[in-house]
Ligand binder design. Structure first.
Ligand SMILES: NC(=O)c1ccc[n+]([C@@H]2O[C@H](COP(=O)([O-])OP(=O)(O)OC[C@H]3O[C@@H](n4cnc5c(N)ncnc54)[C@H](OP(=O)(O)O)[C@@H]3O)[C@@H](O)[C@H]2O)c1
Length: 263
């Protein structure tokens, strides 16, 4: 799909991967709808998008709140019509053992990214299917493939997002609406500052995988949209790990456990 003139909704667009993706899409001439809670930060991303030649509109919403998701979708459909691309990127969650996770935090880390993506995609699907074109891109974590110790709620939400991606792909086969999953390794965003304690739980074996900047993730997201690709797992060292995880699951499980956090 060529991005010029297309409507792209990016969640989690106030910083990190989402902000970089919004700028990359705007730079290609897309009209970008920016979603996150922080109205001020969204506005400054919108200004940066305009400077890169595109058009961006900030629509603040708390995607953990289903009513706000519905109101957001109604507004997008009324003002822009069915999005051509939906990037489900907003995500949060500290890395904690299940029984160390407060109930409210467990609910919040499941809401973002999983139930937010579930509800927002559902809101847009009828219009996207009726038009017969479009793409849903889910940004996911390596933990959706390679579970690590001490990040139970986070991992469960990412496995659920992976399940949503796979199930949607089956449902939408032949409709003209594609589904992609983009899985970067560690990214130099503020994720680990925003979710304290998580960084210390990255297993030592994963340090072999280089950190990538948000702009690299944005380029990969643009790539899957422009080339109708189903999946990008990168950098190549993470891809190698993922393949090893499928071929020798016991060995990779052991290595991530052995070099991960223990109680
Ligand atoms: N960083 C990494 O190493 C890495 C690697 C692989 C995958 N990922 C995944 O990629 C996604 C984005 O990560 P990132 O690194 O860009 O993180 P980030 O810099 O912390 O950005 C998270 C974004 O999500 C938004 N958000 C959080 N809670 C929200 C809510 N309730 N409603 C609406 N928006 C909300 C935040 O905006 P507001 O706070 O303004 O709402 C922000 O824009 C996450 O799902 C993460 O797990 C990250």
């Amino acid at each position: 799909m060529r991005l010029a003139g297309r409507t792209v909704v990016v969640t989690g667009a106030s910083q990190g991967i989402g902000a970089a993706t919004a700028q990359a899409m705007a730079g290609r001439g897309a009209v970008v709808v920016l979603v996150a809670r922080g109205a001020e930060t969204l506005r400054s991303v919108a200004e940066r998008c305009s400077r890169s030649g595109g058009r961006a509109v900030a629509l603040p919403a708390d995607l953990a709140d289903v009513d706000q998701v519905r109101a957001l979708a109604e507004r997008v459909l009324a003002e822009f019509g069915a999005p051509d691309v939906l990037v489900n990127n907003a995500g949060a969650g500290r890395w904690l053992f299940l029984d160390d996770t407060p109930t409210a935090e467990l609910t919040a880390m499941t809401a973002l990214p999983f139930t937010a993506a579930l509800h927002l995609t559902r809101e847009f699907l009828p219009a996207m299917r009726a038009r017969g074109t479009g793409r849903v891109v889910n940004v996911n974590s390596p933990v959706s493939r390679l579970p690590i110790p001490g990040a139970t709620g986070y991992a469960a939400a990412r496995y659920a997002l992976r399940g949503l991606t796979a199930a949607l792909r089956q449902d939408l086969r032949g409709t003209g609406v594609g589904v992609s999953e983009v899985v970067p390794g560690k990214v130099s965003s503020r994720y680990f500052a925003n979710n304290p304690g998580a960084e210390q739980r990255i297993p030592a074996v994963a340090r072999l995988i280089p950190t990538v900047p948000p702009e690299r993730v944005a380029r990969e997201i643009v790539h899957v949209v422009e080339h109708d690709r189903a999946e990008r797992v990168f950098p190549w060292q993470l891809r190698a790990f993922e393949v090893a995880g499928r071929l020798c699951p016991r060995l990779t499980d052991y290595l991530t456990w052995r070099t991960g956090v223990h109680r």
